[in-house]
Design a protein around this ligand. Sequence first.
Ligand code: AMP
Ligand code: ZN
Length: 491
Amino acid sequence: MALRLHNTLTRSLEPFEPLEEGHVRYYTCGPTVYDRAHIGNFRTFVWEDLLRRYLEWKGYRVTQVMNLTDVDDKTIREALERGVSLQEVTDPVTEMFFEDWETLGLEDVEATPRATETVDAMIRLVEKLEEAGLTYESDGSVYFSISEYEDYGQLVELDPEQLESAGRAESDEVYEKDDPRDFVLWKGGDRDDEGEVATWDSPWGPGRPGWHLECSVMALEELGPTIDIHAGGVDLIFPHHENEIAQAEGATGEPFVRFWLHAKHLLVEGEKMSKSLGNFYTIPDLLEKGYRGSAIRYLLLSGHYRSELNFTLDGLDEAERALDRLEEFRRRVREAEVDADAADGPAGELPELAREARRGFEAAMDDDLNVSDARGAIFELVRQGNGRLDGSGERLTADARDAVLAVLQDFDRVFGVLSLRDRERSSIPTELRRWVEERLEARSAARERGDYEEADAIRDEIEARGIQLEDAPDGTTRWKLREGEFAAVGS
Ligand code: AMP
Ligand code: ZN
């Protein structure tokens, strides 16, 4: 089946095929590392991860590049206010960003270039634009001249009157532009205190790159000249992405991006996030309230990316329950008795139901990543499957077990929530894990000697630490923290 995606460039759903067979070149605008990212930012990043995983699931090799904006107005302002270097601001924030990235189970991307390490290439691109006659210099700065570039306005219908107020632009109003639509490529000249924290030499004198330039260059360097998919939040459509197109196409003469994808914003408790409303959450804020990364991830993936998503704490509780339900079903299937005779009973149709769920899942995801229907297909299997297991006395055929577990795995390779829960559970403190394993060995040694009194005493000792043991008929012992699922197989 063919994947269809909504392309902002054509404002329509289009069948997706990469330019090079089997290989997707994918660029995602990364974080501005001036302060810890909030859950709104992560809505976009988690959705981008979902798309990546789905492309992989469809069999594509994906090369994803995500930049780190480590020099721009915000990072510079922060450094100046705190009286520290740019790197002293951006290094710790970058570290926090990847900590949160891990917590939410995002896959590693192939490259994460930093703007500050790509300045030479940025200067080269400005030179190319200069050669193409698309720039002018004013007061030590270099601007992109929109009037020289015919194709401006591919992503949005532009009303020149409104241009100045729309979207997130850099605060370059203090600079001398010929036309309000023009944007800065290289900021030089008198930059007040800026120069203290962010200055590079260039053919136009000391200065620093403009924000829009950064992304064009990092995308072109790693993936160019033509990229299959470029994604970000809707706030980036204009002027950021519009300007990226102008710079890239102005310099290379080739189409820059084939599919532009944009996610709508996250609201929290129905409102725009803001510190004063007290609805401004970071990932650690939610972990401190006792929620797990898996539930946050699940909730962030719960609505279509082209609709706003309302994030609520109640929603997180529901997400935890939905994941409990999935896990419990997976456990039942794993632990059910395998019995060829179950083919004639209520569990007999499970392989067909599993295949239906997989078809439903793929059809929904192919439809511009319709996550609600995709989850619906999986939960229908959970509902049906639970009923059949009730009816068959927890018995199913090997075929049925394998088919159902395979669909759950399909779902999880894309949604990445069950594996994240497994990981969260196995992140039981290492010392505790080691201790339990050591005690379990002592216990089985005691049993082998026939010293059952000692074995029972060890069992009590382990249980006193909040751990529950389960001895399986085959002689293995599994254990878990009392609140969770089984964490590991001991001996
Ligand atoms: P920034 O760090 O500001 O450059 O933003 C990083 C990413 O988060 C961009 O793709 C933004 O479009 C996206 N973003 C910012 N605010 C929100 C929000 N409230 N909901 C969803 N995405 C957002
Ligand atoms: Zn960008």
